[in-house]
Design a protein around this ligand. Structure first.
Ligand code: NAD
Length: 402
C-alpha cells in the first residue's frame, strides 16, 4: 500500500460523507482499499541475515469485497478462477451464469453463492438488478466475448473479459466503445501481466539490467486431442493456436519490452488431412520487428507436446522464463558477466495465484477509479497484430503495422 493510495482512501471516505461521487452508480457503492496499517504483522523471530516473513493482506472484509459474476462454467472457471477467490484480498464470487443449472447450483453451494444469484444465458440481463454484482467476468468461448461484453456493459457492471479479447479487431473496437458509452471499466484478463516472475523480468528490463534489448525468443505450444472441441472451430475460436496459446508469446514480447512492433513476417501450417485442423492452423511462427532494433521470434503449435519458454536477449545480459506462461512453476534465470565470469542467477520468487492477483488489480482500479493495466486497448492491439500475422502468412510477405 502506497502513501498515495492511503491518502486517496481517506479522501474517498471524506468525499463520500460530504457529497455524492458524480461518476457511475458503481462508484457510489464501492468502498476504498483497506489501510496498510490494518494488516496483522507478527514480530520477526529470525536473525538479521534471514528473509523477513510477510503476512498476506490487508484484506477487505467480506461485505466490502467486490462481487464478481462468473459467466461460463468451463475448465478455466471451475479449475482456476473460482478457487482463486480463496487467495484474493478484495474479490468474492456472488453470481454464476451457465446453461447447465445443475452444475451451476452445485458450484453455487460450494462457493456460498445464493441460489437466486444463479442465472442462465437468456436471463443474463437480470444481473443488472443484483446489487451484489459489481463485475461481470466473461469466461466463454472466444466468439461469445463480444456479445456478452456488449450485453454486460448495458447492465452497468464493470467487465473483466478472458483473452483473446474477441475474434477480430472490429469486435474488440465495438467492445471498447460499448464499455466507454456505458461508463464501465473493461479489463482483459492477461494473467501473465500480474504474475510475479513476469513482473521480476519486466523490472530487470526497466532497470536496464539487460542493456539494449535486441532479441525475444518464445514458444508456447500444447497438443490438442478432441477434434470436436470449440477451440478447433474457426467460428467459435477465431483461429487456432495463435489466438489461444500463441497470444502469450505475442503479448509478452510487447509488455516485457514496453515497445510496439512495426512489421510482422509469419508462416503457418494447417495439415488439411488432420481432422483437428480442418478449420484452424496447427502451428504458427512469426517474427516482429520493432523500431529500436529489437526483434521477437515466436512459435506456437496445437500439435506439439506442452512446451513453454521465453528468453529476452540484451546487449549485456539475457533473462529467460523456462517454464513460462504456466499457472504454476515459472522459473526466472538471468545471465551476465560479473568479476570476469559469466554468472547465472535464479532468484527465488514467491509463487502467487495469478488469477487472484489479476482480479485484485481490477478491484483496485474500481475502488480507486483507475484504468486497468490491461484495458480493452491492450486486447485490441494484439488483435490487430494477429490479423497482420494471418495476412503475412497468407501472402508470404512482411506486413507493416500502423
Ligand atoms: P471450456 O470449453 O472449458 O468452457 C467454456 C464454457 O462455455 C463451458 O462451460 C461451455 O458450456 C460454455 N459455453 C456456452 N456456450 C457455448 C458454446 N456455444 N460452445 C461451447 N461452449 C459454450 O473453455 P475454457 O478453457 O474455460 O475457456 C474459456 C475462455 O477462457 C476462452 O476464451 C479461453 O481462451 C480462456 N482461457 C484463458 C486461460 C488463461 O490462462 N487466462 C486459460 C484457459 C482458457
Amino acid at each position: 500500500m502506497t502513501d498515495s493510495s492511503i491518502s486517496r482512501r481517506l479522501f474517498l471516505r471524506s468525499a463520500a460523507a460530504a457529497t455524492t461521487l458524480a461518476t457511475t452508480s458503481l462508484a457510489q457503492s464501492s468502498s476504498a482499499l483497506p489501510n496498510a496499517q490494518d494488516a496483522v504483522q507478527l514480530p520477526q523471530i529470525h536473525g538479521p541475515s534471514e528473509q523477513d516473513e510477510k503476512a498476506p493482506g490487508p484484506f477487505l472484509a467480506g461485505d466490502e469485497r467486490i462481487g464478481f459474476a462468473i459467466v461460463g462454467l468451463g475448465r478455466l472457471s471451475i479449475d482456476q478462477i473460482l478457487p482463486a477467490f480463496g487467495g484474493s484480498k478484495y474479490a468474492k464470487p456472488v453470481a454464476l451464469v451457465s446453461g447447465d443449472r445443475g452444475k451451476a447450483m452445485k458450484l453455487a453451494a460450494q462457493y456460498g453463492i445464493k441460489p437466486a444469484s444463479v442465472y442462465d444465458y437468456a436471463n443474463f440481463e437480470r444481473l443488472r438488478e443484483n446489487p451484489e454484482v459489481k463485475v461481470i467476468y466473461i469466461v466463454l468461448p472466444n466468439s461469445m466475448h463480444a456479445e456478452y461484453v456488449l450485453r454486460g456493459a448495458k447492465t452497468g457492471k464493470h467487465i473483466l473479459c478472458e483473452k483473446p479479447m474477441a475474434t477480430s479487431s472490429r469486435e474488440a473496437e465495438q467492445m471498447i466503445v460499448a464499455c466507454g458509452h456505458a461508463k464501465v471499466k473493461l479489463m482483459i484478463a492477461y494473467r501473465q501481466q500480474y504474475e510475479p516472475h513476469n513482473e521480476a523480468l519486466r523490472k530487470l528490463v526497466q532497470q536496464g539490467k539487460l542493456g539494449e534489448l535486441r532479441g525475444f525468443v518464445a514458444s508456447n505450444s500444447q497438443r490438442q486431442g478432441d477434434p470436436t472441441q470449440w477451440r478447433l472451430k474457426k467460428a467459435l475460436a477465431g483461429g487456432g493456436c495463435l489466438p489461444d496459446v500463441g497470444l502469450y508469446c505475442l503479448n509478452a514480447s510487447r509488455f516485457l519490452s514496453e515497445q510496439e512492433p512495426v512489421e510482422v513476417l509469419a508462416t503457418i501450417n494447417q495439415p488439411k488431412d488432420d481432422p483437428r485442423f480442418k478449420e484452424v492452423e496447427a502451428s504458427c511462427s512469426f517474427a516482429l520487428k520493432f523500431l529500436s532494433g529489437y526483434i521477437a521470434t515466436c512459435t506456437t503449435s496445437y500439435d506439439v507436446h506442452k512446451s513453454a519458454l521465453l528468453r529476452m536477449e540484451g546487449t549485456t545480459a539475457w533473462a529467460e522464463l523456462s517454464p513460462a506462461f504456466g499457472y504454476h512453476g515459472n522459473k526466472l534465470t538471468w545471465s551476465h558477466l560479473q568479476d570476469g565470469g559469466e554468472i547465472q542467477m535464479t532468484p527465488q520468487i514467491e509463487e502467487k495465484d495469478q488469477f487472484a492477483l489479476e482480479m485484485d488489480h481490477f478491484c483496485e482500479c474500481i475502488l480507486e477509479d483507475k484504468t486497468p493495466r490491461t484495458p480493452g486497448e491492450e486486447g485490441l492491439r494484439d488483435h490487430r497484430i494477429m490479423e497482420a500475422i494471418y495476412e503475412s502468412a497468407a501472402s508470404g510477405r512482411a506486413v507493416k503495422l500502423a
